[in-house]
Design a protein around this ligand. Sequence first.
Ligand code: ASP
Length: 586
Amino acid sequence: MLRTHTCGELRLNDTGKTVTLSGWVQRIRDKGGLIWIDLRDRYGITQLLLEEGRSPAELIADARKLGREFVIQARGKVIERVSKNPKMATGDIEIDLAEITVLNRSKTPPFTIENETDGGEELRMKYRYLDLRRNPLKESLLLRHKLSLETRKYLDNQEFVEIETPYLIKSTPEGARDFVVPSRMNPGEFYALPQSPQTFKQLLMVAGYDRYYQLVKCFRDEDLRADRQPEFTQIDCEMSFVEQEDILNTFEGLIRYLFKEIKGLELPAFPRLPFDEAMRLYGSDKPDIRFGMTFVELNDVAQGKGFKVFDDAELVVGINAPGCAGYSRKQLDKLTDFVKRPQVGAKGLVYVKYNEDGSFKSSVDKFFDAEALKSWAGKFEAKPGDLMLILSGDADAVRRQLNELRLEMGTRLGLRDPQNYKALWVVDFPLLEWNEDDQRYHAMHHPFTSPKPEDLDLLETDPGKVHANAYDLVINGVEIGGGSIRIHDRELQKRMFKALGFSEEAAQEQFGFLMNAFEYGAPPHGGIAFGFDRLAAMFAGKDSIRDFIAFPKNNNGRDVMIDSPSVISPEQLDELGLKVVKKREK
Ligand code: ASP
């Protein structure tokens, strides 16, 4: 090997050894009489030393010709440093250089390869291999590796088998948009890349594999955001002969195991919150439970007092921000502006200050006297010094708006520490949701999710009321995973497709393979999938998943490093039986 040691491993008790290191030149400090070179590899940095008068003159001349990011091999003796650096693992020693070999030269990198860099996002994406040399990214990828290793360990211990499923599958109309791949051998026909291995893992259950998992790439052609990528990784799992409780326990076990092994944290048992409660208390199916400020409904005390805005509203609902009664006019205006932003969409904000002296000051003093406001405070369990913030309007919309305001207040009050992990299961999701555009029901999770047995009768009569055996794992307000108990009965699956507006022929054409399989002894089964990139980001306390993917796409779905997507040659198009109608201008 071109090295005896890595750049991260030499310590004081190695002094006296002659070693060979290989790595990249991070930095050269030339103080005339003394020259230091920081040599970096994946494992760390080791300082190399040259001293005028003592080191060979030729070697010093060679060292002066090195540039940043040159790849060199360095041989020398480990010596104790005169001024030690306690911040570096190798900070007690340095290498008294005897020989340098340049293994490869480097152009000056377009940005500095340090923990803090001067490179902009786009430039760093273009030179991703240079960005990946930086510590923060390296640590992200190592964390991801550790997570995948521990995930496999845990699941293997529980008798789960990792089985690969195909990437070239069939396009289906449910869910997000598919990425498609033209088939050369079948002109005019297309494969689709899987949005998830859902049907395959169910077929593996029919096949008797009982406990399946896969760390698997999934593809969804959706508009991108910071926490979304067109291709992403899931920890995809399925189990047979289980009920919902078994799945929740097994995978709560996985998540707690990962927190314990990787972060040394013992998370308490995850509370379970029915979907309806989550909406009522937090206005969100992924509530951030690191802080309280749950919703309080005020219809009974706020309506019928002549304030038209409240009287006309379906719902009057608010939160209590502790210790915020001192907010200035300006601060309150800012909050009002916040809820009025188009992304939030409220018409206005009502506030009630519960002053330290026990008096009240509100934006609706004209309609409500101190006694009325006191009764509100009672509902909020507010204390003197608190600030009540109230919205009103259409129930669904107003809950969504208040959720935004609650999160904003949580952030302002410093209650959303990314390293304070609060997990919960949201359970009992509705099976279906009405889609205005299509004028039909869509599956809230996916069409294979089983209705709750007690709601089965409603499937034809009042489909919107049917609850599902579906669950999400939410940590710090982020959906980390979701799954369901599946339908394993052909007849019920047929009813479900009907409720989704499929004709019998369409259902057979799209999903016949699954319904046919259900006729050959399908066991009761269910499963879950976790967003692996997101989980990794969350373990690092980060929002964006991009740094946890070695080679991600940018916001336009492009890989700017390899410049993809790209046009293909007329010959290739021809062979595929395709014609480009119009290429979009870049
Ligand atoms: N396939 C589902 C998804 O990707 C997860 C599941 O139901 O297991 O969301």
